[in-house]
Ligand binder design. Sequence first.
Ligand SMILES: [Zn+2]
Length: 345
Amino acid sequence: MSHKKTKGYYYYPSSSQHIQCSAIIIDEHIQLFDNGACPIVSSSKDACTLESPLPGIAAALCFADGGRFIPDDINFRWPFAHQKHGLAQRLEKNKLLIVASVVFTPILLWLILYRGIPAAAVYSIGLASPSTIEAMGEQSLHVIEKLALAPSELSSDKQAMIQKQWHVMLEQLQLDNEQFRLSFYQSDYFSANAFALPHGRVIVTDELVLLLQDKPDALRAILLHEIGHVEYQHGIRLASQATASTIVLAIIFGDLEGITEVVLGSSSSFLQQAFSRDMEREADKYAIEKLIALGYSNDDFADAIQALQNKLDEQAQLDESWLKYLSTHPSSQERIDFARQYTPQ
Ligand SMILES: [Zn+2]
């Protein structure tokens, strides 16, 4: 017959009220006595559960009615615990492991977020159907429209003229004119800007059209750069990375509600247009190659960026918000140099 005794506190069911008492464990049976040796609780071992021990606190014993007993002695071991928590406890007490986890957890997190997820995102693009991408893109447009876009104030003649150039260009490049759509909006938020949504809708602001109205080649170069982002699926990569990162962070930090905000999250990543420098270079290269294919030259791209830069510099002296297009792209000089030195393969 095994017999074990320990002192501790008994917490009444659903209450913070507690009393000091002693627990006596005889074989499979537990009995609690108050300081006057009157029995308070009596239970068989099978009707109780043992809480996982936290460092510095002994494992609490929970009774079927919700009452709990916590031993005073932090090293107290319940005879029927059978080393159940032995491994977790040993790990928690190992100082080297604690130091290692403090050092390696951020590294692991970084690897997951910046290496694992981008790699998985590239892979997952192949799994997304065109209708999913279309729905995701239009949903994003809907959100961005509400947040930052107003109906275009360009004349219908002006819009029709640019749309015609756009369609001629799509036909020459043998691109699907149902997938690639051009939309005009007025936007205080974006000012002179253009961006592509992942399904192939390219948004151009009135401000950009007006800024480049005497430079049709510049607008063409910008539009080709945006088509490049769609063709290389940069938007989808960005969105799936943002989505996967949100889910991973939500799981790690236990905020599963965050997942419901993922759709909004991917829309805001379009708002920020945080394409990587590699993605921007890829889109620039696409634009230059297509300009050459359409009978223009790589210098036209450089001239276009230079013209845009000059115009934006002028405007930026008056109003800082015009710098937004430049701030979301690599330096203009870098792009101009790249275009000038470009030799077709
Ligand atoms: Zn870009």
